[in-house]
Design a protein around this ligand. Structure first.
Ligand code: ADP
Ligand code: MG
Length: 233
C-alpha cells in the first residue's frame, strides 16, 4: 500500500506546491515509486512546476467522470509520476472531489503518494487530510501564516488524521524555526527550507531543484526532509 502524504496549510503561497514537487522528485530519485497529485483543484499549478504544461487529460477529467486516473498520469522529472490539474477555472465547477479516493486506489501500488492540497478551509481541502496517512504542515515563519497553518493541524486532528510534522519555508539564519513551530503549530519541525532565489527560478522554468540547482541551499534542505521522512517510515 502506498504511504499517502497530504502537503497542507490553510495559508496560500507558503510553499506547498514547491514542497510537493521537490519532495516527490527527490523521493523518486532514490528509486521509490512516487505519484504526486494536484488536489488543489481551484488553483492547479503542480504540473507546471514539474514541466508538464497543458496536458491533454487532467485530474479534472477524472473528477468529472470523463477519464480514468491512469490517463491523467504523466512521467515527470526524476521518474516521478504526476497527476496534474487543469489550470482553466472553467473545469473547476464540474470536478467532484469525492472521486479523489478512486485516484488513490489507482495508485495504491506506489511507494508514496503526495497530495498537493489547496489553501483555505473547505470540504475540498479537508478531504485530502482525511485520505492521507500523514499530513505535512507547510508554513513560512510569519505569525499569520503559522496561525493559519495551525488551523490545518486542528482540522487534521478533528478528522482523526496524523500530523507527521512541519516544514518551515523561506527561513533565514535568524529564524527561530523550532521555537516558532513548536510554539504555534505544536508540531515537530522536519525541515527548514531557506529563502532561496533558485526556488522561484526553478518554478519559472518548470524544473525541480535537483536538476535546476542541485547545489542550492533549498535543494539540500529538501534532501534533508526526504531523509527525515524515510527515517520515520
Ligand atoms: P503554495 O502552494 O503554498 O501556494 P508555492 O509552493 O506555490 O505555495 O510557493 C509560492 C511562491 O513562494 C513560489 O512561487 C516561490 O516563488 C516562493 N517560494 C516558496 N518557497 C520558497 C523558498 N524556499 N525560497 C524562495 N521563494 C520561495
Ligand atoms: Mg499550491
Amino acid at each position: 500500500m502506498a504511504r499517502v502524504f497530504a502537503v497542507a496549510s490553510a495559508k496560500g503561497g507558503v510553499g506547498k506546491t514547491t514542497t510537493t514537487a521537490n519532495l516527490g522528485v527527490i523521493l523518486a530519485e532514490t528509486g521509490a515509486d512516487v505519484v504526486v497529485i494536484d488536489s488543489d483543484i481551484g488553483m492547479a499549478n503542480l504540473g507546471a512546476a514539474l514541466g508538464i504544461e497543458s496536458p491533454p487529460t487532467t485530474l479534472h477529467d477524472v473528477l468529472n467522470g470523463t477519464a480514468k486516473a491512469s490517463e491523467a498520469t504523466y512521467e515527470g522529472p526524476g521518474g516521478v509520476y504526476v497527476v496534474p490539474g487543469d489550470t482553466a477555472l472553467s473545469s473547476y465547477a464540474s470536478a467532484d472531489p469525492e472521486k479523489l479516493p478512486s485516484v488513490l486506489r489507482t495508485h495504491s501500488q506506489a511507494d508514496y503518494v503526495l497530495l498537493d492540497v489547496g489553501a483555505g478551509v473547505s470540504h475540498e481541502t479537508s478531504l485530502p487530510l482525511s485520505l492521507a496517512d500523514d499530513v505535512l504542515l507547510v508554513s513560512t515563519p510569519e505569525r499569520d501564516a503559522l496561525r493559519d497553518t495551525e488551523k490545518t493541524r486542528q482540522l487534521t486532528e478533528q478528522l482523526g488524521g496524523t500530523v507527521a510534522g512541519a516544514v518551515v519555508t523561506r527561513t533565514d539564519a535568524s529564524t527561530p524555526v523550532s521555537e516558532l513551530a513548536t510554539g504555534t503549530l505544536a508540531a515537530t519541525v522536519l525541515a527548514s527550507i531557506p529563502e532561496d532565489e533558485a526556488v522561484r527560478d526553478s518554478l519559472a522554468v518548470g524544473e525541480p531543484l535537483s536538476t535546476y540547482a542541485p547545489n542550492s541551499p533549498a535543494a539540500a534542505a529538501y534532501r534533508e526532509l526526504v531523509a527525515e521522512l524515510t527515517d520515520i517510515d
